[in-house]
Structures are given as structure tokens and as C-alpha cells.
Design a protein around this ligand. Structure first.
Ligand SMILES: [Cu+2]
Length: 102
């Protein structure tokens, strides 16, 4: 009975590996990538936008940042298994900006 359970376990593990491989090769979003849109009302010029984008350069797990001061929003693509969304937002609040997550 125990070996049968082990076989089932390996089969399930194999299936999950296979499905993540298929998701990856299709270029579909995988759990390795999340996006967050953060409202930053006091980001009023290109200088603010650059400062915010630069602050993310040293943040592990951040894949892409776009700070748009005209729309007053910062869009961040990140790997949730490396960095949490709360810590992504913290990068901006640590610079002294108020934030609102959409
Ligand atoms: Cu500014």
C-alpha cells in the first residue's frame, strides 16, 4: 500500500512539473511574475519618477518598473517568491512618498 502511495506522489509531482513547464513554454504568466499598480500622488515630475525607478534597481526580485508621473502611477513587475508586494510598496514609501495600491 505504501509503494502505491509513493507512486501516486511521484506521479503528482511529475504532473505539476509538466504543467509548469507547459505554462512556461507557452509564455503565459506563471506564478513567478506578479504586477502591482501603485498610485503615488506626490510624484509630480520626471525627477520623482527617476528617483523611484532608481530605488528599485537594488531591490531583488523586481523585474520591471515603470514610473509615470503624468498618471501618477508606478507599475512594478516582480517575482512574488523573492519579494512581497508589501516590500515593493515600501521601496516607494521609504523615499517619503505616500502610496495607494490600486
Ligand atoms: Cu518631482
Amino acid at each position: 500500500m505504501k509503494t502505491k502511495r509513493n507512486q501516486m506522489f511521484f506521479f503528482a509531482a511529475f504532473l505539476s512539473m509538466l504543467s509548469s513547464f507547459i505554462a512556461f513554454s507557452n509564455g503565459k504568466p506563471t506564478p513567478e511574475k506578479n504586477s502591482i499598480v501603485i498610485e503615488v500622488p506626490r510624484m509630480v515630475c520626471g525627477g520623482c519618477a527617476n528617483k523611484i525607478e532608481n530605488a528599485f534597481k537594488s531591490t531583488k526580485g523586481v523585474l520591471k518598473v515603470n514610473a509615470n508621473f503624468k498618471e501618477k502611477i508606478v507599475t512594478v513587475d516582480f517575482n512574488p517568491s523573492i519579494v512581497s508586494s508589501a516590500n515593493v510598496v515600501k521601496v516607494i514609501t521609504n523615499l517619503g512618498y505616500e502610496t495607494k495600491v490600486k
